[in-house]
Design a protein around this ligand. Sequence first.
Ligand code: SF4
Ligand code: SF4
Length: 434
Amino acid sequence: MTQQASPGLAWRPPAFHVMTKPRGAICNLDCEYCYYLSKEMLYPGSRFRMADELLETYIRQYIEAQQAPVVTFAWQGGEPTLMGLPFFRRAVELQRKHAPPGKQVQNTLQTNGTTLTDEWCEFFREHDFLIGISLDGPRELHDRYRVDKGGKPTFDRVMRGMELLKSHRVEFNVLTTLHAGNADHPLEVYRFLRDEVGARFVQFIPIVERENDTGFQEGERLTERTISARRYGEFMCAVFDEWVRRDVGRVFVQMFDVALAAWLGERPGLCVFEETCGTALAMEHNGDLYSCDHFVEPRHRLGNIAETHMIELVGSEQQLRFGRAKRDTLPRYCRECEVRFVCNGGCPKDRVIRTPDGEPGLNYLCEGYKTFFTHIRRPMEMMASELRQGRPAANVMRVLDREERELAERFARAGRNDPCPCGSGRKFKKCHGA
Ligand code: SF4
Ligand code: SF4
């Protein structure tokens, strides 16, 4: 991370990411684990609609502030499509107006999929929007928590939206949250996304949800919807084992890409596993900018972009401190951990437990992270090695297949008193032959 400061700024990131909520927390659904619905309480009496003047201020400042050649706008909520299509037509028009020659503008939009129509999809296709769609697995797993305001299931409406995206050839990725309701079904979820939805890009997001009345990241009690750390690790291992044997280069799972980047010595590209935070912010419908989407709360409000240019807020001492705290508060247990190079202690919002020797600040998901990152070590090393030699990572599938066939043959030939082919050091009859 370049932290070269411009005059007046504590630092100046070359690029940063803002999740923008033009309709605030307003949504047509009532997903039980949603961390954002409660943010409506921060703006009592608001209409929750980004004004045209603010939209233009935002687009102009955001493009000015990015030093990278590609500027990516991320529209989120709540449910951003509740702003209506004219708002997004206007946004695209303003992006054209303010993007200087040579700067490329992209748009991503996260939706629950239930409001999509042919008209929306034609617009997305025409303007190359990348759509993220939330789907938690097959019907009964998805409907466990993803319900509408009347408590009704949403699966059929989401799948209808998904079909529309596909029929209009809109690029999409699927965001699947992992929680107590689907954690025990890794292969069922993964195969459904791959084979029935036809998803090529998948993100698995573990739900770690605090139990309190504020909706802020405070208190140590977690809800019963929260996934257990062990189950999370087992889920990711099971999906990885299937993926690494048949889907490398065909299906892209964000967590696996992040891990492969770490094994290649590159940056992960996902804030959760970066050493520091500070470049993934959130902006509310009225221009209030917050340190992070998961910390939209008064103490993490940096200011309002109608009063202070966004780059000054992103480059402020307050934001720099927020970002560094992720690294500087890491307990010794993490600093000495073998998989720290890929994990970096995970997201600070999930650091609610103590280390075995009693130090606070350990990530609730630690057990799962450790299990998963240890489990994938060898295939990751193999894929990284292939890539370094200019060969496709997908070669790992052939190597594993050959090894597993050879192992099966050795098992078939093993005598009762031979050493077990699994390498345990025990006799076959006392190990896999038992
Ligand atoms: S607090 Fe968590 S979600 Fe926010 S920027 Fe840091 S790692 Fe990312
Ligand atoms: S696996 Fe656990 S101990 Fe290791 S860095 Fe991650 S959170 Fe820390």
